[in-house]
Design a protein around this ligand. Structure first.
Ligand code: FES
Length: 164
């Protein structure tokens, strides 16, 4: 059995040129593809990191009012969660009849906080942060700032929450 080898390697390259692909052009295309892939792998997380807070704050600023249908029927001493723009938020109907609406994003590391009616406190399960359920003030644990407080206006059939 014998194998025919081209006498001149350039002849072989020319034959491939006629087919439209040479080893050199294949390597260039492969390197170009890898460069584009690496740029995407490195660039996309950087893009998301830089743009995400801007997008979120813009979306948050775009929403100035939320109407919560039938929220006026919320029983005393309970709370409900709702979205104010991109943020989870909570509406609390206190036992004394007062209404409080607060941003439910913990000011420590942005976990969602919960209302604990048995303690009448807002608690963050991530690191034990606690907030006053009427004012949103941070009272213990790692949260550095109070929760943002909204204005809640109760009317028959709904509660309208707006920025203070
Ligand atoms: S994220 Fe809430 S206490 Fe850390």
């Amino acid at each position: 059995m014998s194998v025919e080898l081209p006498m001149n390697p350039a002849e072989s390259e020319d034959e491939n040129d006629e087919k439209g692909l040479t080893r050199g052009s294949f390597v260039k295309v492969a390197i170009g593809g890898m460069c584009v892939g690496y740029a995407g792998i490195i660039g996309y997380p950087i893009y998301r990191y830089l743009n995400s807070p801007v997008e979120k704050s813009a979306a948050m600023a775009a929403v100035s009012e939320v109407a919560l249908k039938d929220a006026d029927k919320l029983p005393l001493g309970t709370a409900m969660m709702f979205r104010f723009g991109p943020h989870p938020s909570m509406l609390i109907h206190h036992k004394d009849g007062s209404w409080v609406a607060l941003d439910a994003v913990c000011t420590h590391l942005a976990c969602t906080v919960q209302y604990h009616p048995e303690e009448d406190a807002i608690v963050c399960a991530c690191h034990g942060g606690r907030y006053d359920s009427k004012t949103g003030e941070n009272v213990s644990g790692p949260p550095p700032k109070p929760l943002t407080k909204f204005v809640a206006k109760v009317s028959p059939g709904s509660v309208v929450v707006t920025r203070a």
